[in-house]
Design a protein. Sequence first.
Length: 93
Amino acid sequence: MKIPNHADDPMQILLWEQDEALIFIMVFGLGILINNLTVFLFIGLIAVRGYRRVRDRQPRGIGQHLLYWWFGVGSVKKNRWGSFKNPYIRRWF
């Protein structure tokens, strides 16, 4: 288990960081709704492990970048010009 060393480290819930715990809780909740809890418990653990491997290989903020690039969803933070440019314009002249 990785223990946070700094104040700006991600929040941890039990053994996982916040985003990993959210994935597990969603899969676990789906297992409760479908009434097949044991299978979805293992699927949730595998999903968290796979997500952690993908997240650790990518640069920080890749999720926000992909949301902006594919769907045009802006971030909560504004850039230094006050707003984001149109994400569907791929070439700037």
